[in-house]
Design a protein around this ligand. Structure first.
Ligand code: ADP
Ligand code: ZN
Length: 204
């Protein structure tokens, strides 16, 4: 069974009974379903009448400013914040579940922030890119993976060959680490088809 597709693993149930919080991290390449998986978990928590707060970094103006969105069109309302400190300041004391999308666009203080929220008894779910367009680990996601109780790695399908895609291939010329875009600037590729610099988009 794929961990992460079941919200109620035995460990999570035990932790809930103990009243302790925890951190879940969802990582993978672009188009791998991170936002879909985050939205799915948040919706389930809401259906169970848990108080949920969702955040995204202000930098990501991809679709809608007040929503997190998946490439397949699913959305969930969220609050855009600029820093981890701003996120902490917005947390209400009775919030049970905190969702954070595009974690890689936050500062390193996000690690301490989510640790604090979990210590206060909250369930924290962070989704984000684990690698940048050159394949380098994308901080603060590596550090978040280290402190998380639960980790889910999602994969896309390589648009060139159909293998498991673990990389976000940039398809437009740019040396900027942060180049916000979707299918207009990136495509999913496997280890064999990925090149650590801009490459022409796959035809068709
Ligand atoms: P992420 O948050 O990881 O970027 P999303 O949850 O936003 O991913 O989007 C996942 C959706 O992207 C899939 O359900 C599918 O509709 C779409 N998609 C586009 N290209 C691909 C691909 N190459 N492999 C898999 N899904 C893709
Ligand atoms: Zn491939």
């Amino acid at each position: 069974m794929i961990e992460g597709y079941f919200d109620d693993t035995e460990e999570r149930r035990k932790q809930r009974q103990n009243g302790t919080g925890w951190i879940e991290v969802i990582v993978g390449s672009m188009f791998s379903g991170k936002s879909e998986e985050l939205i799915r978990r948040l919706n389930r928590a809401r259906i169970a009448r848990q108080k949920v707060q969702v955040f995204k970094p202000k930098i990501d103006a991809r679709y809608s400013r007040e929503e997190i969105a998946s490439h397949s069109g699913q959305t969930h309302t969220s609050l855009p914040v600029t820093t981890a400190a701003e996120l902490l300041a917005e947390i209400e004391h009775d919030t049970q579940v905190v969702g954070i999308d595009e974690g890689q666009f936050f500062d390193m203080e996000l690690v301490e922030a989510v640790n604090r929220l979990a210590a206060e008894g909250k369930r924290v779910i962070v989704a984000g890119l684990d690698q940048d367009y050159t394949g380098r680990p994308f901080e603060p996601m590596p550090q978040l993976l280290c402190v998380a109780e639960f980790i889910t790695k999602t994969h896309a399908i390589c648009v060139k060959c159909g293998s498991t895609a673990n990389y976000s291939q940039r398809t437009v010329e740019s040396d900027a680490r942060v180049e916000v875009g979707a299918a207009d600037k990136y495509e999913a590729r496997c280890r064999k088809c990925f090149v650590p610099h801009a490459d022409a988009p796959t035809a068709g």
